[in-house]
Design a protein around this ligand. Sequence first.
Ligand code: SAH
Length: 394
Amino acid sequence: MKTIRLKAGKERSLLRHHPWVFDGAIDRGRADPGETVRVESAEGRFLAWGAYAPSSKIRVRVWSFDEAERIDAEFFERRVRAALGLRDRLAIDSDGVRLVHGESDGLPGLVVDRYGDTLVAQFGSSGAERHKALIADALLRVTGLRRLYERSDASVRQLEGLPPATGWLRGDGPTECVIHENGWRLSLDVAEGHKTGYYLDQRDSRRACAELTRRFGWGDVLNCYSYTGGFTVAALAGGARHVTSIDSSGPALERARRNVALNGFDAARCTFLDADVNASLRAFWAEGRRFDAIVLDPPKLAPSAAHLERAARAYKDVNRLGFKLLQPGGVLFTYSCSGAVGVELFQKIVASAAHEAGVEATILARHGGAPDHPTGLAFPEGEYLKGLVVWRRP
Ligand code: SAH
């Protein structure tokens, strides 16, 4: 077993069970990609077992803080079982569920989603990559399922020095799935979609959108960054008269159309725009168009803290346009999935957007990732999705 010795004083975050060791904290020791290492303090005290990543700034990701624990097949089965045990108790109204959410489930770099009888995994760290076969076996054993598709094509793999890898790891068959979320049917393709095919983290926000559509009785809803139409279906299910969906991805919109049909809604109640959101919102403003409710769920505009200033401006710009297009008494559902933009900063951005748009507004609800995307208390970096439901006072 190889040992990684930290520099003096660099053990503090590990003692608080934060799961990362940065390259700068290491005094000596090295290992192969994904190899299990013993991390110890400058005084030689045991701190953690972790996976070594030679080319990543996050040089070690911790598997366990328990010196007696062995990182073997049973270890992965225990962690997967614990993660699934939690999901079983969350009463999730869907068969599309995030089963493993990386560090926050004690499995750094590993993301596993279930879509009906299909599992999709992202091996985003050298450690997860090295133990891929053990992890795949544990997933099938614990879930009783037979199909596991690999979607290890996220950009984090590059930081770990790992090439992209996609395809069936276990089982095979069609990559298209239909899930049942909040009583709706939604199709997705695990081989082609964003993430593992679908944005499971917004499940509860979509349900809230359907409920508020029903209670407010909205006529015209605008869904910006619609992807495959999750919020579009939600608003239609809530009784919206017409929903306009904007996305810059043609294939995503094609699927959104199919998802509307899959739920039996009349296509005449929908408009799909393959366009840039900013440009579309400006055009709507010029045309004098207004909406009863608007969803703004942009992609991650701040990939890291270094992009914060530019991202904050981008969030403010699109939110200002959103507020301007809202009817008095209308509601804005606005989100940010940038981890670098905290809850407080996001609220400030949205507040200044409202101010610049000249509207008075009130927060009706705060949204976050669905509960199958938990955040480890010792791992605040895991927190990323935040949303505000804001009412434009008449
Ligand atoms: N709300 C969706 C998820 C949105 S993901 C859901 O519930 O499933 C963000 C989407 O923004 C992606 O589909 C991406 O194609 C789209 N997108 C990114 N930049 C865009 C732009 N400038 N204009 C329009 N759409 C954009």
